[in-house]
Write a protein that binds this ligand. Structure first.
Ligand code: TRP
Length: 478
């Protein structure tokens, strides 16, 4: 049987895992949710959840992956009787997330191009339009959205074709440090703008957003909890086998506990840093701009760059950063799918056929991505492609008004917390936390968090997950 090639170094693994975690969720989800849900209070709750649920699931996923040396589907098949099928849930989530993630990634590429146009005064720049007008024009142009979305899918595919050590590790080892440096430059620029301090207050001072009318009603505790929980899951790439897959390529002598801790810490740090870069700009230069959703990135931020000296240079840097962040995440999602099929082919002694499977998986992702692009993130109004939207006959909403929200609420809202909940039940109550323990301490490493892990995985994390699941379902569907 052909050898399964993994990461070349622990640094490479760490950068790939952090790359998976750091993505669009950090850049537009975290800062805005933190501001709107009580600032510092939200941060404390987020950190508690990250420690009691995120870290635990992270250690669990990495250990299951490395122990079995298989992707998500293979890992659960080997380990569990009751949850043999759980890996398939991961593959389904990976597809659904990729559908909209690639569409959004494509929009980010478009904005790099736009700012290059602005820098050189070229026709493909803003041509004097403001952020909302540029975005509006782009949203009205389905063909352009589809082309950029597919370019993003293509880039993702090419990297995954290169394999874990050759493609993913190489791109992330360069891309992640670069992202960090660009982020620092953007933070310095944003925080030295006059009026930036209001942005910091919005993010960090509890109750500031409410007092200053940025939000109109105080969030209740359950909303804060479930928002923080959902955000944490998505941001750490948990609950659908991405970390099982990366863990399966990790060398046996590396320390799982330490790596898990570092991934969680770095992801949270980048989320906070992204906030320091995005939010002060909004308060200083586009005080009426939207703080959340796609318009934060594509309207508000573009206005900020338009209003800033040398704005197009910073615009290029910023949107490049976002493209890096998005690609390093989308490759981890595609790898969940590809790794499984490669494992199967390898078992049958057919080599791993990575290139062929990457191509097929990417083609399937392309189809979903086209759907999201065709209704332009919901902005195309009622498009004929939008079968799950508002019913134009009687105006009654069907449960989602665009493909983006539809894929998002099924994957992020249900499948991921459910996947994590079931994984905890599987580790805690079926195969027993001992299995994780043995893997973590395989080469004599110390498992400092053993006691904490055992209690959490059996009781605290599943309860946390249930709460998140309940809150998400309530938010999305009612
Ligand atoms: N974590 C990424 C973000 O914050 C998104 C992501 C990448 C993801 N891989 C994942 C989410 C796997 C869930 C599962 O944007």
């Amino acid at each position: 049987m052909e050898e399964r090639k993994g990461f070349g170094s622990n640094f490479g693994f760490l950068m790939a895992a952090v790359g998976s975690a750091v993505g669009l969720g950090n850049i537009w989800g975290f800062p805005n949710k933190m501001g709107a849900n009580g600032g510092f209070t939200f941060l404390i709750i987020y950190l508690l959840l990250a420690a009691c649920c995120g870290l635990i699931v992270m250690i669990g996923e990495l250990a299951l992956g490395r122990k079995t040396g298989k992707g998500a589907v293979g890992a659960y098949k080997i380990l569990s009787k009751k949850f043999r099928w759980l890996g398939w849930l991961g593959i389904l989530s990976a597809f659904l997330i990729l559908f909209f993630y690639c569409a959004l990634g494509g929009y980010c590429i478009k904005y790099v191009v736009l700012n290059v146009g602005n820098l050189f005064g070229a026709g493909f720049g803003s041509n004097g339009l403001n952020g909302a007008e540029v975005f509006g024009a782009f949203m009205g142009n389905q063909m352009e959205a589809v082309i950029y979305g597919l370019i993003f899918v293509l880039l993702t595919m090419l990297i995954v074709m290169g394999g874990v050590g050759g493609g993913i590790e190489k791109v992330c080892s360069v891309g992640m440090p670069a992202l960090f440096i660009i982020l620092l430059i953007c933070i310095i620029r944003a925080c030295t703008l006059p009026g930036a301090v209001d942005g910091l207050k919005y993010m960090f001072v509890p109750g500031w957003a409410l007092e200053h009318g940025v939000i109109d009603k105080a969030p209740d505790l359950l909303t804060v909890l479930s928002t923080a929980g959902g955000q944490m899951f998505f941001s750490l790439s948990l609950g659908m086998g991405a970390m099982i897959t990366y863990g399966s390529y990790l060398n046996k002598k590396e320390n799982i506990e330490k790596n898990a801790l570092l991934i969680v810490i770095m992801d949270t740090m980048v989320a906070l840093m992204a906030g320091l870069c995005v939010i002060p700009g909004r308060f200083a230069l586009d005080p009426t701009g939207k703080l959340g959703g796609p318009s934060l990135l594509f309207v508000t931020m573009q206005n900020v760059f338009d209003n800033m000296p040398l704005g197009s240079v910073f615009g290029i840097l910023f949107y490049l950063l976002v493209v890096f962040a998005a690609i390093s995440s989308s490759i981890s999602l595609l790898e969940v799918i590809v790794a499984h099929f490669c494992d199967k082919a390898r078992e049958k002694g057919k080599g791993d056929k990575r290139k062929a499977y990457s191509l097929i998986a990417a083609a399937a992702v392309g189809v979903g991505c086209i759907l999201v692009c065709l209704d332009c993130l919901g902005g195309a109004g009622i498009s004929p492609f939008n079968i799950l939207g508002m019913n134009p006959e009687n105006g009654l909403p069907m449960w989602s008004d665009c493909w983006l929200d539809f894929f998002d609420c099924i994957s992020e809202g249900i499948l991921m917390p459910l996947g994590a909940l079931l994984m905890c039940l599987c580790i805690g109550w079926e195969i027993g936390p001992k299995v994780v323990d043995e893997e973590v301490t395989l080469e004599g490493q110390n498992f400092k968090l053993r006691g904490f892990f055992n209690i959490c995985v059996k009781i605290i994390t599943p309860l946390g997950m249930l709460l998140v699941l309940y809150g998400q379902i309530k938010d999305f569907f009612f």
